[in-house]
Design a protein around this ligand. Sequence first.
Ligand SMILES: [Mg+2]
Length: 233
Amino acid sequence: MAAAHLPLQAVLFDAGNTLLFLDHARMATAVAAALGVPLTGPRLAAGARAASRTLERGGATDRERSAAYLEALFLEAGIPADRLGEVRACLARLHGERHLWSGIAEDAHDALTRLRDAGLRLGVVSNSDGRVEEALEVAGLRPYFEVVMDSTLAGVEKPDPAIFVSALEALGVEPAAALYVGDLYEVDVLGARAAGMDAVLLLPAGAPPRVGCVSVHSLGALADDLLKERLAS
Ligand SMILES: [Mg+2]
């Protein structure tokens, strides 16, 4: 784990694909019914890694990247391109009913509890549509975080360092005493570093490490590493 320049006081997290995950079964069931096609949660989830490449493309807003990611997910699952309009309409309806990104990892509660109980201040910095706080509430994670920054409400999105700096100012913590955890190298790691923070990349189980940054494969492993370092320092 990369050591902060000052003793670690705060850990900030990305939301999508770090704390909050798409509920593939819910989306698959709804789209299968709306389009009259066979589609299951596991089939949809199987294309997640291929679809996530669309999230790393530069030159687009987060909203455009998110829409492209969802379209890529359904194309990977075999939905024809000429039916994506129907998919978008179905997903918009589902998102209106309950945030699409409200699934969590099995170890999320345990890892966040351990980090908070060790005295670390926790926060979220997310490129979202103004509803990330609601999504964290629905997922049961909101109570862990002292600050939640949503790009739509902040008027600036990652990788712009300003959104990370705003979150740190709200906590009253120096960048050199904070760590950022996210799943996208260009958006999360490079953005946090530009704000003066260390960053850790959270990768799906089995994904190869990325050259140039520290990575972990679960929130539990992150908590293990950070708490070991605190005991040793
Ligand atoms: Mg993310």
